[in-house]
Write a protein that binds this ligand. Sequence first.
Ligand code: ADP
Ligand code: MG
Length: 316
Amino acid sequence: MEKNVVKINELVKRYGDLIALDHFSLEIKEGEVFGLLGPNGSGKTTTINCLLSLLAYDKGDIEIFGKKMTPVSYDIKKEIGVIMQNVAVFEELTVYENIDYFCGLYITDKAKRKQCVEEAIKFVGLEDFRKFYPKKLSGGLLRRLNIACGIAHKPKLIILDEPTVAVDPQSRNRILEGIQELNRSGATVIYTSHYMEEVEQICTRIAIMDKGRKVAEGTKDELKRMIKNTETITIEILELPDDVRREISGLPHVYDVRFEDSKLVISCSGGKHNLTRVLDVLQKRELSFGRVYTELPTLNDVFLEITGKALRDKED
Ligand code: ADP
Ligand code: MG
């Protein structure tokens, strides 16, 4: 049986009157890339901070590698690599010196450390930037430096808190691929994000958070099977007479019809040939339409059905 790497039991964390974590529980097994997905303010960072004993909590308990985690659990901490949401590096140290500093907190043997630092630099692709100071790096490169600092000592558990925010697409892909590579070489990973596409792409299991609670958990396929939506049909069309709308609403498997910004959006639950039936209705009435596409449910649909709101704002 796979070992538990992390076990969070009924965690409660309050900031004054605000309940940031509300009886939050989680088990993460060895070898997983575990995703914590939730909108801003749902409690992801608070979970990470409690997990690391950086933040005192009101109730519950936390085990890492089968042992109780406390602020003085140094034997546990040295096996963890953390990449915090806010990049934390020394402005007065170069890329090389920064990684060497963080690695040196764990590895004191000079030759071994040099090798680890070099491997980390190569891993994040900063070979050409060894002597650069952080303020000369772009957002994406800075993120990569931050990651190199967190992983150089080869931790067994790697925690990344929203590592792709404000990062260019090239660095983003590199980061996502790097996480999977670290996992393949044996690390268990906890990855937080409010980007559902990333979580779908790299996570073996996902917990969806909202307002400090776990609202759903499973693989991406399990999560999608929890909801009634199986297909969303979108048709670009200029006008939609009321009786046509009613006829579409009455088709088998259709449970929601919306029409806005010249787009007809139809939500279906189960069944086949939903699109054919809808197009038959439009053609029978000789209504002309533009682009047509159908989409399988996303984790946003899962979030939407469970909480009644979208995972993130449109402008985000
Ligand atoms: P996430 O990382 O998912 O965006 P956070 O864990 O940062 O969420 O925040 C969870 C909730 O706790 C939010 O409502 C946030 O405003 C609140 N919060 C976070 N840190 C503090 C703090 N130091 N003091 C007061 N409230 C906080
Ligand atoms: Mg956060």
